[in-house]
Design a protein around this ligand. Structure first.
Ligand SMILES: [Zn+2]
Length: 231
């Protein structure tokens, strides 16, 4: 799952400030961002078995190693915003990321390949199905977000909708078109550094775009109400 994770970052607050939105979006992708960063240091290699390579993201995606990342996210929220609420939200976003990956992504383990495997592993067995699940997941979350906006009379700007169409529409359609490559891993024991750099650039761009478009002012009933109150 890639784009689907971003949808979860839109849930905690209806109209977050741009810095908070940037923080929530980063938290929603923290396991992947750390994975790409660790690839440069050779600390999160693609562990190979006899037969096809399997992606075992032990440090960032296995169950027990996820726990310290929850703490990192919580402490970062407290440090950046001076309150624990943002930290708990960030920790929850990290947990939801790894849970969603088990639903639609690579299989992971409790703590390393000698422990209990977790997840459906659909990136290997049914990559198009995995992306279809991601599309359904993102659609469900976004429907909830949009319904909340409607209930509060919040009408989003064209720029916000353009960002949603780009990241969720084009993003998931692209994943669907390239789905077979998701399970087609390099056999040499690590994600190529060039691929990690490319993915880091892609994710950073997506986070920047959504931070910009989601924090555009809403053309809202609130605005009309404020104007009516003034006049
Ligand atoms: Zn992930």
């Amino acid at each position: 799952m890639i784009a689907g994770h971003y949808a979860t970052a839109l849930v905690p607050e209806q109209a977050p400030t741009a810095p908070k939105l940037l923080f929530f979006l980063t938290a929603s992708q923290l396991p992947d961002l750390v994975w790409f960063a660790l690839t440069f240091l050779g600390l999160e290699p693609v562990h190979t078995h006899a037969g096809p390579a399997h992606l075992e993201l032990i440090v960032t995606h296995d169950l027990l190693p996820t726990l310290p990342w929850l703490a990192v996210a919580a402490i970062a929220g407290r440090a950046f915003f001076g309150e624990w609420r943002s930290g708990w939200i960030a920790a929850a976003l990290v947990a939801v990321h790894n849970a969603a990956d088990l639903l639609s992504g690579y299989p992971h383990f409790v703590a390393g390949p000698d422990t209990q495997p977790l997840g459906f592993g659909l990136y290997y067995s049914a990559p198009h199905g995995a992306v279809a699940i991601e599309a359904a997941f993102a659609a469900a979350v976004l429907t909830w977000v949009v319904n909340r906006e409607r209930q509060h009379g919040l009408t989003r700007s064209g720029m916000t909708w353009a960002g949603r169409a780009l990241i969720f529409g084009v993003g998931i359609a692209t994943s669907f078109a390239t789905a077979p490559s998701l399970g087609d891993l390099p056999p040499n024991g690590t994600l190529p550094v060039s691929m990690a750099a490319g993915l880091l650039l892609l994710y950073s761009t997506q986070i920047a775009v959504l931070t910009w478009t989601e924090s555009r002012p809403a053309v809202a009933a609130q605005v009309a109400r404020t104007a009516a109150g003034v006049s």
